[in-house]
Design a binder for this molecule. Structure first.
Ligand code: UGA
Length: 442
């Protein structure tokens, strides 16, 4: 995958701070665009692994892109932020902003990096927020750098929020719907636009606060869309209507759009849950009670409970029942289990004394770390997972599951009950195959 045309005026010296899902992808993609990129991470282990071309997580296309650009000399890895900063003209911050107990974002890493940049400001640099941060963080970064820098070397702050999805991250980088650049400096805007030259996408240049808000508002709106359809799914179940048909017909209205209207066990991952909370928190702090966001979260949390209750109602007592969990990752094409809806569901079944066997095409290692040994059983594939099961719960919409031989699945199960948490299968087909089939919303 490559940029569409090359109209850039120069190759830029870029440092990406943080080799996580956003940082590593951005670093590899900037390198692919022809820039000279240093990807820095505070974890020595992560950098050592990356130098050996060992990826820290699964992301389609990423490994090939990293290997190619390391070989070309466009991409290097470092755990010395001091050096990486000194050698770079543009520094993208892609460090973690995890949630605190009160819902606000923990900006400790952002502040630490800002201070280190201040100490190493040896020439004009643009410091760009790429991680999702609350509105007005750019202002704080500026104050921090001004406070700690020696001398009067110039710098500019910008916000360039990333909209890439895990599992589609490389594609999203090269084919974005829009590129948002927030900065008060013309010089920074010109350089940042040049960095992205070659990508066919509208570029929106605005001020930093607006750019920061675009990101939080976008993620929160998408989460709200999911909760909306999940609430509709509950009414569909009560009324005997089909939520998939409702969503599909709603989505034909261009003003609504088809995407993010798949009902199921709700959203998870490291972005929506924390960003929604952080947006609510910052809005309250600024003086506005954004109650809608609380409701979006409540509906989302309830979907997991609704799903397990459906299973429980059918199996009556869960103690000693064999339950197969197919899919653990928070969505397909990733091994990420952070805030995955599967976690709450698995824990519920375990608490009820069920015997749980799980399989996921990519997230098995993550699951072992999360649940530990001696809690649930881990299967090598879906067929092994469903052996003697009284219920097979599909919790992640992997393509692999769509291609399963359901006659074989049925033969291996003790009782042919399928609970589809992602509405992946066709009710009529499943029933024709002899399954009792539970789904969400009709
Ligand atoms: C999300 C946004 O989509 C990205 O634009 C953004 O850059 C990213 O967060 C971020 O802030 O870093 P991501 O968390 O990778 O991306 O995942 P999504 O594809 O958006 O899915 C989020 C969750 O919603 C998943 O659990 C998914 O299963 C669920 N979902 C999605 C539904 O339940 N129904 C839908 O119709 C769509």
């Amino acid at each position: 995958m490559a940029a569409t045309k090359k109209t850039r005026s120069k190759k830029h010296k870029i440092c990406v701070v943080g080799a996580g899902h956003v940082g590593l992808v951005a670093a590899a993609c900037f390198a692919e665009l022809g820039h000279k990129v240093i990807c820095e991470d505070a974890s020595k282990q992560r950098i050592t692994d990356l130098k050996k071309l060992k990826m820290p997580f699964f992301e389609p296309e990423l490994e090939a892109l990293v290997k190619k650009n390391v070989k070309k000399g466009h991409l290097t890895f470092s755990y010395s932020l001091d050096n990486a900063v000194k050698k770079s003209d543009v520094i993208f911050l892609a460090v973690g902003t995890p949630p605190l107990a009160d819902g606000s974002a923990d900006l400790t890493s952002v502040e630490n990096v800002a201070r280190t940049i201040a100490f190493n400001l040896n020439s004009y640099k643009i410091i760009v927020e790429k991680s999702t941060v609350p509105v007005q963080t750019g202002q704080k970064i500026k104050e921090t750098i001004n406070r700690y820098r020696h001398g009067s070397v110039e710098f500019d702050i910008a916000s360039n929020p990333e909209f890439l999805r895990e599992g589609k991250a490389v594609y999203d980088f090269f084919y974005p719907d829009r590129i948002v650049i927030g900065t008060e400096s013309k010089r920074a805007a010109i350089i940042l636009k040049d960095i992205y030259a070659g990508l066919k996408a509208p570029i929106i240049v605005t001020n930093i606060n607006t750019a920061e808000l675009i990101k939080h508002a976008s993620n929160s709106f998408l989460a709200a869309k999911i909760s909306f359809i999940n609430a509709v799914s509950r009414v569909c179940d009560l009324a005997g209507a089909d939520v998939d048909m409702v969503a599909s017909a709603m989505g034909m209205d261009k003003r609504i759009g088809k995407s993010f209207l798949n009902a199921g066990i709700g959203y998870g991952g490291f972005c929506f849950p924390k960003d929604l909370e952080a947006f609510h928190y910052i809005a309250s702090k600024l003086g506005y009670d954004f109650g809608l966001l609380k409701e979006v979260k409540r509906i989302n949390d309830e979907q997991q409970l609704y799903f397990v209750e459906k299973v429980k109602e059918r199996l009556w007592v869960l103690k000693d029942k064999h339950i197969a969990i197919l899919g653990l990752a928070f969505k397909a094409d990733t091994d990420d289990m952070r805030f995955a809806p599967s976690e709450g569901i698995v824990r519920y079944f375990l608490e009820q004394g069920a015997i749980v066997t799980a399989y996921d095409p990519q997230a098995m290692n993550e699951a072992k770390q999360l649940f530990g040994k001696g809690t649930l059983r881990y299967a090598k594939n879906a067929y092994e997972a469903v052996k003697d099961a009284e219920c097979a719960c599909f919790l992640t919409e992997w393509d692999e599951f769509r291609g399963l031989d359901f006659k074989k699945i049925k033969k291996r199960m003790r009782f042919p009950l399928v609970a589809d948490g992602r509405n992946m299968f066709n009710r009529d087909q499943m029933q024709r195959l002899g399954f009792e089939y539970l789904r969400i919303g009709g």
